[in-house]
Design a protein around this ligand. Structure first.
Ligand code: HXC
Length: 260
């Protein structure tokens, strides 16, 4: 099941952290539906392997630059170079994230700071670096940030990521209000547990929580990367043109399940 062929023809997109995990599904879907896509991400070896796979398996050419979202000047330079190659920027997907499980009483200042810098400050840096290009987008630029439903509740063991993702949601609301005048839409997607991603592997499977978590998903299964990618397409194309400052949970109703 997919969208109409070529629905994103003529659009250009950057996906941060797009070499692995959920980001790679987003890149593949945007690219196969016609967008010119660039990835900015930290690890060159992941980028090279991903771009090769996109070419061989999906027939799409993806532009890449290394870049750490924590470094505003470096990110601006990488974005400028990618935009030069993909011919503009209509869609920014702020997907890069870091996370690890650690009880807050044991969390070092540097551990807290690192995740806040990647997730929250990194999203701010990318939005600022993209602004001049998104303003110039013909049909209105789109910012889509990847959050999590955990940000709407407490997140025991991930205070840093919960606070950062919650901050991202508020940042999207503010940008929707401030940058609507430029035609820019700013939204977020809150994925539930998505199978085969590093996040679920490290935070759930390796903690021995796989079966327990699955029991708490009303729809009964982990999500797929394409479930998130399809939500990105909806928000990126004309289908989502009147949606801004909004969150879309794609989580099999996990957030509403509470044991009695
Ligand atoms: C305790 C830890 C730690 C751990 C790192 N730190 N890992 N503390 N437990 N498991 C501490 C370090 O000791 C250090 O503090 C500080 O954090 C910085 O660590 P570095 O390794 O120097 O940082 P860096 O190399 O920048 O790595 C960033 C990272 C890394 C976040 C720490 O884990 C990372 O990038 N992971 C991959 C990205 C990822 O997993 N993305 C998917 C997220 S999924 P001290 O005090 O010692 O100096 C997600 C949603 C999941 O967010 C949803 C599931 C339902």
């Amino acid at each position: 099941m997919s969208f109409a062929e070529g629905i994103l023809n003529g659009k250009s997109a950057i996906v941060t952290g797009g070499a692995t995990g959920i980001g790679s599904y987003i890149v593949r879907r945007l690219g196969t539906l016609g967008a010119s896509v660039g990835i900015v991400s930290r690890k060159e070896e992941n980028l090279i392997a991903a771009v090769k796979a996109f070419k061989e398996q999906d027939g799409i050419d993806v532009v890449w630059r290394t870049g750490d979202v924590r470094d505003p000047d470096g990110i601006k330079k990488s974005f400028d170079e990618v935009v030069g190659e993909i011919g503009g920027l209509d869609i920014l997907v702020c997907n890069a994230a870091g996370n690890f499980i650690c009880p807050t009483e044991d969390l070092s200042w540097n551990g807290w700071r690192t995740v806040i810098e990647i997730d929250l400050n990194g999203t701010f840096n990318c939005c600022q670096a993209a602004l001049e290009y998104l303003k110039a987008s013909q049909d209105g630029g789109r910012i889509i940030s990847i959050s999590t439903t955990q940000a709407d509740f407490g997140w025991p063991g991930a205070a840093h990521a919960g606070a950062a993702k919650s901050g991202i949601q508020n940042l999207m609301k503010t940008l929707a209000a401030e940058w609507g005048q430029y035609g820019i839409r700013a939204n977020w997607i809150s994925p539930g547990p998505i199978e085969g991603t590093e996040g679920v592997d490290r935070l759930i499977i390796q903690q021995g929580l796989g079966e327990e978590v699955k029991k708490n998903i009303p729809l009964g299964t982990f999500g797929e990367g394409d479930d998130i990618a399809n939500a990105v397409v909806y928000l990126s194309s004309d289908t989502g043109k009147y949606v801004s400052g909004a969150g879309l949970a794609v989580d099999g109703a996990t957030q509403w399940f509470r044991k009695r």
